[in-house]
Design a protein around this ligand. Structure first.
Ligand code: BEZ
Ligand code: FE
Length: 287
């Protein structure tokens, strides 16, 4: 028999199968994932039946996303975040028992080199904005304190910009800090109230979505990473419950248990109280 007799004829009905049949190791996870992705792309093409011109526009867009990505900006991550893919992967992989603090996406503005600060100090290095006090407790599912917990926080300023978006306007490490919980698992620090903001809309992903009328807004929030030996690391947000646009988060990160009142009383200013509940590390799960 000629080798051609083994080939699957490529047509609309067989295209995905023709692709999948060429893998030498169909049991390999990469081969299975690639076949599945390509199968979905072929289905999409059959459903929408793009012209060559329209398909070239798709390729041009993907090319632009690649060109807009470098070590300072990751447009592909933004793409994944804005279409809800990051939130879905997070949801599938870090589902925790009830009562534990849920994970949300980390986003592009986190810095690994955040400086450690003393409990009670201020992370607002320029002092611009409405003062806010943050106090919290890190505990386990039984309500016992986790004294060794490390709390890393970062947030936008009162105008909705992160320090690394405005290196010429904000002091380095403004509105960022690493704190260690005390023996009761408690921590507190001073900051300024963050504003909601638009996710970067100046790249190909933001432009495409804005053109399609998609909201690029994020309601006001604080970011946190919580770490403690023997516990699963938590990456999460706390949202300001007075933000009128809480329901419009472009990144699908708002969970009822992460929304907290930012309470103002005439004498002591604005305060938010948070509680983070960590669970013991599970084999095969994040850190
Ligand atoms: C953020 O909340 O910092 C963020 C997350 C993903 C994309 C853009 C911003
Ligand atoms: Fe943010």
């Amino acid at each position: 028999m000629s080798p051609a007799a083994d080939l699957i004829t490529f047509n609309e009905a067989t295209s995905a199968e023709a692709f999948a049949s060429r893998f030498g190791t169909p049991d390999d996870a990469t081969a299975r994932l690639l076949s599945a992705v390509v199968g979905h792309v072929h289905e999409l093409i059959k459903e929408f039946r793009p012209t060559q011109e329209q398909w070239r526009k798709v390729i041009d867009f993907l090319t632009e996303v690649g060109h807009a990505s470098d070590e300072r900006r990751q447009e592909w991550v933004l793409f994944s975040d804005l279409v809800g893919a990051s939130a879905l992967v997070e949801e599938i992989n870090s589902r925790r028992p009830s009562g534990a603090t849920p994970n949300t996406i980390r986003g592009p503005f986190f810095r690994t080199d955040t400086p450690e600060r003393a409990l009670g100090s201020s992370i607002s290095l320029d002092g611009i904005g409405e003062p806010l006090e943050v106090e919290g407790r890190v505990e386990d599912l039984d309500g016992l304190p986790i004294p060794t917990a490390e709390i890393i926080t970062w947030q936008a300023n009162a105008e909705g910009y992160y320090e690394n978006q405005q290196p010429d306007l904000q002091p380095e490490f403004n509105l960022r800090g690493l704190f260690r919980a005390d023996q009761d698992g408690r921590f507190h620090y001073r900051t300024v109230r963050p504003a909601g903001y638009g996710v970067p809309g100046d790249g190909p992903v933001g432009r495409l979505l804005a053109q399609a009328g998609y909201p690029l807004h994020r309601p006001a929030h604080l970011h946190f990473v919580l770490r403690a030996p023997g516990f699963e690391t938590i990456t999460t947000h706390i949202y300001d419950d007075s933000d009128p646009r809480l329901g419009e988060d472009a990144l699908f990160g708002v969970r009822p248990e992460l929304v907290r009142p930012f309470e103002t009383d005439g004498r002591s200013g604005t305060k938010v109280s948070v509680k983070f509940v960590m669970i013991r590390a599970r084999p095969g799960k994040s850190k």
